[in-house]
Design a protein around this ligand. Structure first.
Ligand code: CP
Length: 324
């Protein structure tokens, strides 16, 4: 994010126009978005909440990197709010013929796509698009390199709040490939804004982040110390797609023993600590399968909350558009 990108997120009346990052969002706004999302959380077997608040609006999903959860949940969220949803198949789009990303955006803009949900492997792309679209278009960042994944951060905050809303007294431990993780960035930004008690980032030295990117966090390379009395433990996948080589990273067995979120390592955390993972998971590497499926796990809750959070964000953007 460039320094002015946090202000780029708001319109001239201070309303959220683009969601590029959780940086720059106040604790009041984060809490309001979580409150709104609670109204959309669905219960298995009960028909999900629907409205027509986005009727007449069109959402374009532009995923220039693979996705299951984020793309499906933006699609469902948009439809449950009455919007038309366009899922651009990037692999068969004219991007493959050399069309620039802005020309693709301008093409959709001319078709009255109001909200564009963008995932890209390069840092800065969502903000670049946001600076170049017309006033009637909003950009939502659905995952940007290792920089930001704000709706994932929000759904993680909501899931933590459902477990324990007392952020100031929580110790949150994030374990795994912190260096390449946009999820770690976004959830850390949100947690710091909400005044989290302790934020611990645990990884082997080769996957440790630049401390300047995580002000206020403890960077730890020992899982026993990192998980000690933690309230929340989040496992992260090794992001091989963002690595040149695997130099310095332990082999799978050693990695699982020393950095895996396992039944054994969870003995260091509080007895009621929850286990989180943003997905996709690599069972037996960063997380033990039976732990991911067990009673301490809130991983499916995160997925359910993902639809609710995206509905809350889309609804807020829709209100901003109607208030113009
Ligand atoms: N957590 C997450 O972003 O998952 P997807 O890559 O499946 O969207």
């Amino acid at each position: 994010m460039e320094p002015d990108d946090t202000t780029l997120q708001f319109d001239s009346n201070g309303r959220l126009r683009h969601l590029l990052s959780l940086k720059g969002l106040s604790s009041t706004l984060l809490s309001k978005l979580m409150d709104d999302a609670e109204n959309y959380v669905s219960i298995p077997g009960v028909l999900p909440t629907r409205s027509n608040s986005l009727a007449g609006r069109t959402i374009g999903n532009l995923f220039f990197e693979p996705s299951t959860r984020t793309r499906a949940s933006f699609d469902l969220a948009g439809r449950r709010l009455g919007a038309d949803v366009l899922n651009l198949d990037v692999n068969t789009s004219s991007r493959k013929k050399g069309e620039s990303i802005l020309d693709t955006i301008y093409t959709l803009q001319a078709m009255q796509v109001d909200i564009m949900v963008v995932r890209d492997a390069s840092g800065g792309v969502p903000a670049y698009i946001a600076r170049n679209v017309q006033d009637h278009v909003s950009i939502l960042n659905a995952g940007e390199s290792d920089v930001s994944h704000p709706t994932q951060g929000l759904l993680d905050l909501l899931t933590i709040r459902q477990h324990n809303a007392d952020f100031k007294n929580l110790a949150v431990a994030i374990v795994g490939d912190i260096q390449h993780s946009r999820v770690a960035m976004s959830v850390s930004e949100g947690l710091q804004t909400l005044g989290v008690g302790e934020l611990r980032l645990i990884s082997p030295p080769a996957l440790a982040p630049d401390a300047n990117r995580f002000p206020g966090a403890q960077i730890i390379d020992n899982i026993a110390a990192g998980l000690k009395d933690a309230d929340v433990v989040m496992a992260l996948r090794i992001q091989r797609e963002r690595m040149g080589n695997l130099e310095g990273i332990p082999g799978i067995d050693e990695y699982f023993t020393n950095y895996g979120v396992s039944h054994e390592n969870m003995k260091h955390a509080k007895p009621d600590a929850i286990v989180m993972h943003p997905g996709p998971m690599n069972r037996g590497i960063e997380i033990e399968g039976t732990l991911a499926d067990g009673p301490r796990s809130v991983i499916t809750k995160q997925v359910t909350n993902g639809v609710a959070v995206r509905m809350a964000v889309l609804n807020r953007i829709g209100k901003m558009m109607s208030g113009r």
